[in-house]
Design a protein around this ligand. Structure first.
Ligand code: SF4
Length: 432
């Protein structure tokens, strides 16, 4: 049963109708996060404890590594192993020992749980503790769940970072204030943000997760953190438990979002408006100019978001405010009101939000609205394309560098391309 519920006034986003649905969902599971996490933490290994289905997902989504040894694998647990949990634990320990003998470069090992019933019965947190005792100081073993039962695919990153947060070295109460940027960012984007924040005069800055498990940032009561991704609820809570405090900000998508995100950090650290303006002006102007040609293509076009990546609300804000798109419906798997407060305030009045999914009903709404572009998961994209609707795969928005000024035009282009492809297909169909 679905209901339209106005968001409470104290959320700062009154008047936006939210359709809450709890039906069948079409989303990837949290294992998908391994694809970008293993690229980021370059001495970590992700061992999925799962079924053959999990192995297929990881193998096909992450591809085969030709030039380097892979840093992910699946330990397949099948029905046979249900006979004895003790045997399954021993088998897991044997697999880990073999792996670490063969791969002395691994410094951090994540046991990643999955949803098959035979895996759920295994206590991976105890396995991680047991194996950490055996392999420290060379290797730390942690665990998190990438299960697809209750999650959407970006929650894999949240679960991974939330597992890592309690392991971060403690900063002292007298340590100077520092900024922690939280969320996996491509190295090139991280470097751009480091340059901008450094140019403003921000003295102490770290990124989480870091590129090496041996360079974990310190965290403590003088740590202020800025979320780079809107899906890091558990991670934020875990950092707050360590004493760190979140800086409220919109997310760094597009010129406006990036400026407000950087400004929130600058204000927190007492950086002057002049220093902020000087550090950001050139990049802001470049990005604004680069967006212009995409605005000509996207202005007035209607877009419909199915819930998938949890980036939907910040992206909808960017597309509507900076590129003039019309938002037909903005679906999100979960609506984190607190983290999205500024984003919601920036959506046009009356924007239809939906939280959760009842896929058949949502497809009916989408067809009735006939948007120019639909953002959705892979499973829905092909059927919608076959019906003549242009689609954008939500997962591509997480894999691509899309944060910050230098990527603002690339992000817009990701929405232009499917429209151009659809126009071309329509022209060819008319001509033939
Ligand atoms: S974790 Fe669950 S949803 Fe994900 S691939 Fe494995 S079986 Fe499928």
């Amino acid at each position: 049963m679905s209901a339209v519920i106005p968001i409470a006034k104290d959320s700062g986003c009154a008047d936006l109708p939210v359709l809450r649905e709890r039906g069948q969902r079409e989303v990837f599971c949290g294992l998908t996060g391994i694809i970008w996490l293993h690229r980021k933490i370059q001495d970590a290994f992700f061992l999925v404890v799962g079924s053959r289905t999990c192995a297929h997902l990881i193998q096909s989504a992450a591809g085969v590594m030709i030039f380097a040894e892979p840093r992910f694998a699946t330990a397949i647990i099948d029905e046979r192993d249900l006979a004895g949990i003790a045997d399954a634990n021993e088998e897991l320990d044997r697999v880990v020992r073999r792996l670490l003998e063969r791969r002395p470069d691994i410094r951090m090992l994540f046991l990643v749980g999955s949803c098959p019933s035979e895996v759920i019965k295994l206590d991976l947190s105890r396995a991680a503790e047991r194996l950490t005792r055996e392999f420290l100081p060379q290797v730390r073993v942690l665990n998190y769940s990438g299960s697809g039962i209750e999650t959407t695919f970006t929650q894999g990153e949240d679960a991974c970072l939330a597992a890592l947060a309690p392991q971060l070295p403690a900063a002292g109460a007298n340590d100077p204030a520092s900024l922690l940027v939280v969320g996996c960012l491509p190295d090139v984007v991280e470097d751009q943000f480091a340059r901008l924040l450094g140019a403003m005069g921000l003295p102490r800055l770290a990124f989480f997760p870091p590129r090496s498990s041996q360079a974990m940032p310190v965290v403590g009561p003088n740590t202020r953190f800025l979320l780079a991704q809107p899906f890091l609820n558990d991670t934020a809570r875990a950092l707050e438990l360590r004493g760190a405090r979140r800086i409220a900000a919109p997310f760094p998508f597009g010129v406006e979002g990036t400026t407000a995100w950087l400004k929130a950090a600058a204000d927190t650290f007492g950086i002057s408006a002049d220093a902020f303006g000087q550090a950001t002006l050139a990049a802001r102007e470049r990005a604004t100019k680069a967006l212009q040609r995409h605005r000509e293509r996207l202005q007035g076009k209607h877009i419909f978001f199915f819930p998938d990546s949890q980036l939907e609300i910040p992206l909808a804000r960017f597309l509507s405010r900076e590129l003039g798109m019309q938002l037909d419906e903005v679906g999100t798997p979960y609506l984190h009101r607190e983290h999205l407060r500024q984003e919601l305030d920036w959506l046009p009045p009356g924007t239809q939000l939906s939280e959760g999914q009842d896929v058949e009903k949502q497809l009916d709404r989408c067809r009735a609205l006939a948007p120019d572009l639909v953002v959705c998961g892979l499973g829905l994209a092909n059927p919608l394309e076959a019906e003549g609707i242009a689609t954008k795969w939500a997962i591509e928005l997480v894999f691509s560098p899309v944060h910050g000024y230098e990527q603002a035009a690339d992000l817009a282009e990701l929405f232009v391309r499917p429209l151009l492809r659809r126009e071309k297909l329509t022209r060819e169909a008319v001509c033939s």
